[in-house]
Design a protein around this ligand. Sequence first.
Ligand code: ADP
Length: 228
Amino acid sequence: MIEMQDVWKEYNNGVTALQGVSVRIAQGEFVYVVGPSGAGKSTFIKLMYREERPTKGHIFVGGFNIERLRDRQIPFMRRHVGVIFQDFKLLQKLTVEENVAFAMEVIEASKRLTRKRVKEMLELVGLVDKAKMFPNELSGGEQQRVAVARALVNKPSVIVADEPTGNLDPDNSWQILKLFERVNDRGTTIVMATHNRELVNATRKRVIAIEQGQIARDEERGDYGYED
Ligand code: ADP
């Protein structure tokens, strides 16, 4: 499902964020990516949805050869890879339902299918009654649930999330994690970079630790393993 082969990433300022990372993640896995700040976690995640390109190495995600992908193929790839950020990144001028629908409009889905899926997704995340509200009228936890609905609306095979609970209190963090687990139970692969020790240690999934741009640890049912 996801494969990186000897991936290196050097940014324009000369910082080498990843140094020879190789990893395989099978369809349906749930993987936490942990490690100190600046270790390369975000870079690892960004390479998976082609926000960044590797300096060297190969990356395959859901059958796409990411580093060879042409710009016009990116929207098609993004149907298969849903992305969730720490700061939600909702469009402030659009309502909740419009934010979710937007991800389908980008790929030119029919209006009828879009309406049906938006409703399904808002039911899944428990926000049907807030469909007409704007992001700034919602709590942080609700905004992140909208972002989850948006990431799922095209039924991607992979969800990548960069610190999705970083701005949330423990209750809301658990809600997001429970949503991810439900989605994962249906077969969607989840890759989640996180500093949330409590979630990682309580749920015991595969843990990949990145330190100084390299995979320092890769354990089934791993733990968080850091003091920060
Ligand atoms: P983490 O997510 O583990 O905190 P990052 O992947 O964000 O780590 O960063 C890894 C290293 O790459 C850091 O030294 C960071 O400063 C650097 N870095 C990240 N993004 C950029 C960028 N766009 N330009 C230059 N350097 C960057």
